[in-house]
Write a protein that binds this ligand. Sequence first.
Ligand code: FES
Length: 238
Amino acid sequence: MTMNKIIHFKLDGVDCQAEKGQYILDAAAANGIWIPSLCNMKGIKPHGSCRICTVKVNGRPMTACTTPVVEGMVVESNTEELNDQRKQILEMLFVEGNHFCPACERSGNCELQALVYRFRVAVPRFAFQFPVRNLDASNPRLIKDHNRCILCKRCIRGIKDKEGRNLFAFRRRGHKVEISLDPELAGSLTDEQAQKAMDICPVGALIRKEKGFDVPIGKRTYDKKPIGSEVEQPTVNE
Ligand code: FES
């Protein structure tokens, strides 16, 4: 960091520094402060869709993953109001899909599950919808389980082939929208791409075939420490 690029802001009453242009979420992490996030992933352009990272900037709600720090900004994040809103979003995500953690290969490595524990979601305040959704196991390397997809778009934004073409896209509209794998490119999906898709997915919606439970439940990332206990965002490996 060169001195002339450093700007100052306040986060939950703490004096913080940021590089000019740095997003609030990243600047907070650089100052050792965790702001919860879900659709965001280091290495992928931020999208601002899940709203879990919503903070108040000078009193107005803004997404921390897409809002750059400005000199003198006053940011609130860890407040009762914002944390309850985050909890509500998590509850909505949970009731809107079919998330049966004990039967999921991502249990213990799932960001949604980890956030739900961290925000102490016990009984959601919304009614479970139990939507009827498909599981697509037609690809030889990857299973798509639409029951668990939270439509964060991380796979769409983060997985491209050598020519820069997206492997994933949304199809259908409204409540029927779902992730689809390009039918032409799907046939040439490599093991590496399948693994990357699984790693990018924050939940268990993309599962690599013929490989699972390498790390037993109980010894996985969030079994060992709660999400946010180390201020680092999940990173996508190039
Ligand atoms: Fe910022 Fe999802 S992490 S909107």
